[in-house]
Design a protein around this ligand. Structure first.
Ligand code: PXL
Length: 277
């Protein structure tokens, strides 16, 4: 049987448990071959560390893409996360045009911010560039902050279902197809995922642990993609991803020596083995 091969396009944060250092172990655990296209190399992620070092790889990327084309390499999915520079948006579009096999999905986690704020490396021009990528994506996985940045709707801590549907409709207006909006909480102690596809709006709730960590969005998106490519439907994949993130956060809370990311690694094998049954 021909096995699946995916490409992930996002940064390498050398330290900090996010982006590629999360995507590779999670997707490998799902049994999926994962090639990487690093958008940049950073010493750490940009949230919570001071004076991080960044080396942008935009200039290298055209040569890598051209080589892959000469080798006739094709991928069964593209997963883009934290990119970094405006040029990366055009590069992601080029990958979609030239390097994806027939029917291969483009999964976009429009990583730009959290808790109502843009990450320090980004500005409004970056948000505008991301809007252009949204319409190319088959699956869009924003958190509420990113969804508000994309739609221009005000970020709110408290809201109702009508507001969430308005946010989703704003994303649809930008051309988003299947939308997996994370961190949607209608009541205390719980949070959840608002899901939209051709069947309409759906929602599920899960436990909310009152502690936020970086990299959980990347764990969510990688788990979602692993489940999707393993044959789960998108809604089921979004539930599996949420439960893995909850377990990983629970495994980290209480360890004050580990504030920068979540300790998902010890849970990975058992979780994915259970989920693949
Ligand atoms: O987890 C998202 C992420 C990825 N990469 C870098 C980041 C962040 C979030 O802050 O800074 C470099």
């Amino acid at each position: 049987m021909k096995s699946k091969k995916i490409l992930t396009f996002q940064d390498i944060s050398c330290y900090g448990q996010c982006s590629i250092t999360v995507a590779l172990p999670v997707l490998s655990a799902w049994g999926i071959e994962t090639a990487i296209l690093p958008s940049a190399i950073l010493s750490t992620h940009t949230a919570g560390f001071k004076d991080f070092v960044v080396h942008d790889l935009s200039d290298e990327i055209p040569h890598i893409l051209a080589h892959w084309e000469r080798e006739h390499i094709q991928y069964d999915a593209l997963y883009a996360g934290y990119l970094g520079e405006l040029r990366h948006f055009e590069q992601a579009k080029e990958i979609k045009r030239k390097l994806l096999s027939e029917g291969a999905p483009f999964v976009l986690d429009p990583v730009m911010g959290d808790a109502g704020k843009l990450y320090p490396a980004f500005d409004q021009a970056y948000v505008e560039g991301m809007k252009g990528l949204v319409k190319e994506a088959d699956y869009l996985l924003p958190n509420l902050t990113e969804a508000c940045l994309l739609t221009g709707l005000p970020y709110q801590e408290a809201y109702d279902e009508a507001y969430i549907h308005k946010v989703i409709d704003g994303l649809r207006f930008l051309g988003a197809k299947t939308i997996v909006l994370t961190g949607v909480s209608y009541r205390k102690g719980m949070t959840g995922v608002a899901y939209f596809d051709e069947k309409g709006y759906r929602y599920f709730e899960h436990e909310r642990i009152d502690r936020s960590y970086h990299g959980t969005g990347d764990i969510y998106s990688s788990t979602f993609l692993g489940a999707l490519l393993s044959g789960k439907d998108g809604f089921e994949a979004s539930k599996l991803a949420a439960s893995f993130v909850v377990e990983a956060i629970k495994n980290t809370v209480g360890d004050e020596s580990h504030p920068y990311g979540v300790k998902f690694e010890p849970l990975l094998v058992d979780f994915i083995q259970g989920a693949r049954k």
